[in-house]
Design a binder for this molecule. Structure first.
Ligand code: GTP
Length: 448
């Protein structure tokens, strides 16, 4: 998961608040100190951290909780809101208005640009666009073969010529080629040869002159932390049609610094890289990102993944309907959890489920897969009626099931608890109520 270390530290701070017996000034100051420490450890600029935490402290001390919310819930809400503002508040999705839309990607050497270009092409293809890739990286001939190797399994064509030395010529010919093929989106990948932004921006201007891109996308390496600020600022000043992808947020201890530094420039972050796989690119939505970072889950993201899965026929329509209506029984839950495994590491998917993010034991993926096996063993000892109507499972049935499956009553109860949590959470998957319900459920996640 992106910024895992930062998320865990923030989640711990909020759980500590949720467990505290009183919420006085000292408690609030302690939560603020914990948040400051977590953000500074993630290489977030100290001045930005002090600004952010001063606002959180001021609001927490002065504001009365809204009706129906406890003081603790209100403070958790304040932290969520201020962190979201800190990262840009609104999502700025990539828009494909023209046919073909021409995107130009630029990035410093080793930023993760080639991988991100491939991920972006796949992301757009999954949303129904026909995509053509132009490799105009005359600096590293290997980039052409790397791109081909990454995207050709998905039937995405790459235009390039490792012998050709003229980047602008390649870019222009590639755009003409894909225009004649009638693709929806043309992504032109420039050379990743530059060590600093000056040369990169010069080349960007030359290629832009030739191909007139609708958008220029700068790929920034998330591991450089708050140094990303200068790159993002120089880029933003050099082009009005720019947006940013911040990569490597899955493994980097300093990703929080990079993300906040870029957000501070006001340059729109449209995607984040969260792994080496072709699917490890996420549209950046501050609200959903912070919600997941704090362990509050990301139901909308989960819904999108479910819908994507459904499109890829991994998920039958009626399952989705049942699932979304919460009308599912234990057999359905097992099937859904199995299907979720296909969405990516179970840990990433489970962290989208409110309240489960960090409450999962350390190695959640292992626990996830092992847990599924245990669930299968337990459920194999249940009667059809119990599987269809878990609500009839009382203490004596729990004991019988545990005995019959060679597990413990505690494990059977935990399975039923997880089932009830998921059922409650998905009961009304109505987008309108989603965020309110998700936040409400989230507090359950903090036990407040
Ligand atoms: N963990 C992780 N690794 C990434 C991510 N994005 C890229 N990488 C890895 O970073 C390394 C560099 O990626 P490339 O796409 O080759 O970077 P590049 O900027 O094209 O490199 P040059 O073309 O050589 O300048 C590769 O090993 C990628 O797999 C990410 O989001 N997470």
């Amino acid at each position: 998961m992106a910024l895992e270390k930062l998320g865990k530290a923030l989640n711990t701070a909020l759980r500590k608040l949720a467990r505290s017996s009183t919420v006085d000034e000292a408690t609030i100051k302690e939560v603020v100190r914990d948040i400051q420490r977590a953000l500074i450890q993630a290489d977030v600029n100290v001045r930005l951290v002090l600004q952010l935490t001063k606002t959180i402290e001021k609001r927490a001390l002065e504001e009365e909780p809204p009706a129906g919310a406890s003081k603790k819930e209100h403070i958790i809400q304040i932290v969520y809101e201020e962190l979201t503002k800190f990262l840009g508040t609104e999502a700025k999705p990539l828009e494909i208005k023209e046919r073909p839309t021409i995107l130009l990607t630029v990035g410093i050497q080793g930023s993760g640009k080639t991988t991100s270009v491939a991920k972006l092409a796949r992301h757009l293809q999954k949303r129904g666009y026909k995509v053509g890739l132009v490799c105009s990286d005359t600096w590293r001939p290997g980039a052409y073969y790397q791109l081909k190797q990454l995207v050709e399994p998905f039937g995405i064509e790459v235009f390039g010529d490792p012998e050709e030395k003229g980047a602008v010529k390649l870019a222009r010919e590639g755009v003409e080629y894909f225009k004649s093929k009638g693709v929806d989106v043309i992504i032109v990948d420039s050379a990743g040869r530059h060590k600093e932004e000056k040369g990169l921006i010069e080349e960007m201007k030359q290629i832009s002159e030739a191909i007139k891109p609708h958008e220029v996308i700068l790929v920034i390496d998330g591991t450089i932390g708050q140094q990303a600020h200068n790159q993002a600022l120089a880029f933003k000043e050099a082009t009005p049609i720019g947006s940013i992808i911040v990569t490597k947020l899955d493994g980097s201890a300093k990703g929080g610094g990079a993300l906040s530094a870029v957000a501070a420039t006001g340059a729109p972050i449209k995607f984040i890289g969260v792994g080496e796989r072709i699917d490890d690119l996420e549209p950046f939505d501050p609200k959903r990102f912070v919600s997941r970072l704090l362990g509050m889950g990301d139901i909308e993201g989960l819904l999108q993944k479910l819908e994507e899965l459904q499109k890829e026929q991994e998920f039958k329509e009626e399952d989705l309907e049942k699932f979304l209506k919460g009308k599912f029984n234990l057999k359905d839950m097992y099937a859904q959890l199995e299907a979720m495994q296909k969405m990516g590491p179970l840990k990433q998917v489970l962290q989208m489920i409110p309240g489960m993010g960090y409450s999962l034991p350390e190695d959640a993926v292992k626990v996830g897969e092992e847990k599924l096996k245990r669930y299968r063993i337990i459920m194999d000892s249940m009667t059809e009626e119990e599987l269809e109507h878990p609500e009839i499972i009382n203490y004596s049935r729990i004991k019988r099931i545990a005995r019959g499956s060679g597990t413990s009553a505690q494990e059977v109860r935990e399975l039923l608890h997880q089932y009830n949590q998921m059922k409650k959470m998905f009961k009304s998957m109505d987008k309108r109520k989603l965020s309110k319900m998700a936040r409400k459920f989230n507090f359950g996640g903090f036990g407040v």
